[in-house]
Write a protein that binds this ligand. Structure first.
Ligand code: DON
Length: 303
């Protein structure tokens, strides 16, 4: 096995040497302004150490990565009842696809595509005010990360609200099929705000340790639930790119359209990588490349 700190340094210099940074997300105006030429990687090991390279102190919009945390909270609140409203199968479609939701009568394929995450957020919301649900989500993430310096970027949330036509379409479809307890506006307001959480890769790698099931890690969910969350990340965490990610990287991961990826080597390491330019699936281009190299160099795989 290679030496982790020197592998990370090499990944950082390789990323900077290659001029193809991919394209930043265009449909959220605040994210469209981010400089694509940025890279950071942090690895939190089960022995408590943190290893990193690149811009690991720069906060970025974690977006869909928060769906892992909200799913953990929703399962904690309602248990298996969530699965009457959302499936557990890969969708084979883009994260914001509308067509499947109509074909499948308003029951989203999984909790990581947008439709499924809106239902999951609705479950976390319950009968509460959005402020209370968001406070719980932020508390969970801060506890997992061991850092209170994690905040929602209101400008990003507002920007997505103003241009979130596809998500409004999805939420109204869900409501038409009686699969929303709250109004589309309330569920989406909460969803857009948790997506707008910002973290550095250092904080995100630390926060991902709750998915490790190893001694000394933040104990926020049961070992059985940790295995299940990881199973969903492997099969659905990269949308229609999930098969390719499993093939190339070989471990569970969850991407966000801000260019972050959280990836887990069960029992061993929580990895956060960030580079805002995306590939054709809407997942970080250089982040995916770096993870493929990292797992191969470190001989990390669940297979
Ligand atoms: O709802 C959206 O479209 C965004 N808030 C989150 C999407 C996302 O991060 C997709 N991931 N690659």
């Amino acid at each position: 096995m290679s030496d982790l700190p020197s592998v990370l340094q090499r990944l950082d210099s390789d990323a900077r040497a290659d001029a193809d940074w991919g394209q930043v997300a265009q449909y959220i105006p605040q994210l469209a302004q981010v400089d694509p030429a940025q890279f950071a990687i942090s690895v939190a090991l089960a022995d408590g150490s943190l290893h990193e390279a690149g811009a690991c102190e720069v906060p970025f919009s974690v977006q869909s990565i928060t769906k892992v945390f909200t799913l953990a909270i929703a399962l904690g609140r309602s248990g298996d009842q969530l699965w009457t409203r959302v499936g557990r199968e890969p969708s084979g479609r883009a994260f914001n696809s509308i067509v499947q939701l109509e074909q499948e009568a308003g029951r989203p394929r999984n909790p990581f595509i947008n439709a499924g995450a809106i239902v999951t957020t609705d479950e976390v919301l319950g009968a509460r005010a959005p402020r209370e649900a968001l406070a719980e989500i932020i508390r969970f993430v801060r506890t997992a990360a061991g850092s209170d310096d994690i905040h929602i970027n209101e400008a990003v949330a507002a920007s997505e609200t103003a241009y979130g036509h596809r998500n409004f379409a999805l939420a109204h479809f869900l409501a038409a099929h009686d699969n929303l307890r709250n109004t589309p506006e309330k569920a989406l307001g909460t969803y857009f705000h948790h997506c707008a959480l910002e973290m550095t890769t250092s904080q995100l790698a630390m926060a991902g340790r709750f998915l490790l099931d190893a001694p000394g890690m933040p104990h926020l969910v049961s070992p059985r639930r940790i295995r299940r969350l990881n199973a969903l990340m492997l099969t659905c965490g990269h949308y229609d790119g999930s098969g390719d990610f499993a093939y190339r990287v070989g471990i569970p991961g969850k991407s966000g359209v801000g260019g972050g990826i959280l990836a887990i080597v069960p029992g061993q390491a929580s990895i956060a990588v960030w580079s805002p330019g995306l590939n054709r699936y809407g997942n970080s281009h250089k982040g995916t490349e770096a993870l493929a190299k990292l797992t191969s160099e470190m001989d990390w795989s669940i297979f």
